[in-house]
Design a binder for this molecule. Structure first.
Ligand SMILES: Cc1ncc(COP(=O)(O)O)c(C=O)c1O
Length: 389
């Protein structure tokens, strides 16, 4: 396992004794990637088609279009839905910055709506209050792998004639409902986006995919990711301006080997989350994430606790880092980021986001984290919280 840095900065892999996240690479992944290297097909070959078919089947949608990142997937999704200048897209501020950047990239305006304090996902009432005559779409993030309230959000979208893009970059394998009502996250929106950065439940190194039921959407996504090339025509026949958002054969082979183990990996993460909840349940003032929500299966992306209000998160993070324990500030609200302060439209209050985001702390969390490592994290956290308390 190659440990990742505490956040997405290039820190030497051995900088932290217990990393924040770590990809789970076995011999199967190494063999799959090596096998591709022995073929002449390093891009646009059979691994791509097979990976896309597997992703589509799992998510119960007609098409999956693999792309070079989750951000690229969000960008293309908004483009394909015809969203552009003059349009507003409702997004959470408690999210990764790519969500807002993608909206800006198509020339539209991100409008922030507040979140539900339990699930940390868009609060449907706040979304409805943010709808204006210019609103064209909801960009619904399944934060930390917890499914958003799709029934309520779909009803709002229906009432106001809005598109839905699901951002399932953090949520592959999350499920809503049970039995015949069971639906995977990613099957609800007009389009949905997956992300495979190495801190995710499964990785392709860099990469993502767009899930699309509509064949015209799928065809346009395939063309746009490949420089706007016309399907079935020559390499130099371009129907419209496009991008190089292709995903290599090596990445697709890695993704297929990972995806073949997705249930096993999600089970490891669920078990690790439950262990943390057990170990931390006696720590005064610490708020823990829910491990079971009715009618939902969480796909654990990160394990995020909320510190008591009076604690100094920066000091706790620094003290943990000094002990070789990496943590993350998931998430710093987008509307408070330097790059976004001047762009904020509407100035809708975001009290829940602002009251929670400065207290969140992501603890080390990855498939193969051991009980022993988790005990070390919890003991260190316990001492620090007691010291500050
Ligand atoms: C919610 C969300 N959306 C989008 C992205 C962007 O994905 P990528 O880093 O693959 O561009 C991420 C990833 O980190 C994410 O967590």
């Amino acid at each position: 396992m190659m440990p990742l840095s505490s956040e997405r900065t290039p820190v030497p892999p051995d900088a932290m004794k217990i990393p924040l996240s770590a990809p789970d690479i076995t011999q199967a992944e190494i063999d799959a990637v090596t096998a591709v290297l022995r073929t002449p097909h390093l891009s646009l070959g059979p691994e791509l088609g097979a990976f896309e078919a597997e992703l589509a089947a799992y998510h119960q949608v007609r098409n999956a279009i693999a792309v070079s990142s989750g951000t690229a997937g969000l960008h293309l999704s908004l483009l394909v839905l015809g969203i552009g200048p003059g349009d507003e897209v409702i997004i959470p501020s408690f999210a990764f910055i790519a969500v807002a950047n993608a909206v800006l990239q198509v020339g539209a305006t991100p409008v922030f709506a507040d979140i539900d304090p339990v699930t940390l996902n868009l609060d449907p009432a706040a979304v409805e209050a943010a709808v204006t005559l210019r609103t064209r779409a909801l960009l619904v993030v399944h934060t930390f792998g917890v499914p958003a309230n799709m029934a309520a959000l779909q009803s709002i979208a229906h009432r106001y004639g809005l598109k839905i893009v699901e951002d399932a970059c953090e949520a592959i394998g999350a499920v809503v409902g049970d039995g015949i009502t069971r639906r995977p996250v990613g099957s609800f929106g007009d389009l949905a986006v997956l992300g495979f950065y190495p801190n995710k439940q499964m990785t392709t190194g860099e990469g993502g995919a767009v899930l699309a039921n509509s064949p015209p959407h799928a065809a346009r996504l395939r063309s746009l990711r490949n420089q706007g090339r016309v399907a079935g025509a020559g390499w130099l026949d371009h129907g419209e301006p496009g991008f190089n958002y292709r995903l290599s054969e090596l990445a697709c082979a890695l993704g297929r080997a990972q995806f073949a183990r997705i249930e096993e990996m999600l089970a490891c993460r669920q078990a690790a989350a439950e262990r943390y909840n057990d170990m931390l349940s006696k720590m005064n003032g610490l708020e823990l994430p829910p491990t079971n929500l009715p009618n939902l299966r969480i796909s654990w992306f990160v394990y995020v606790v909320r510190l008591p209000e009076k604690m100094n998160r920066d000091r706790i993070q620094a003290a943990l880092a000094a002990r070789g324990i990496a943590t993350g500030r998931y998430f710093a609200p987008i509307h408070l980021q330097l790059a976004w302060r001047s762009r904020r439209s509407g100035a809708v209050p975001l009290p829940v986001t602002e009251s929670i985001a400065h207290r969140t702390l992501a603890l080390p969390f990855f498939n193969r984290i051991t009980s022993h490592q988790q005990q070390e994290v919890c003991a260190a956290l316990f001492n620090l919280v007691a010291e500050q308390g």
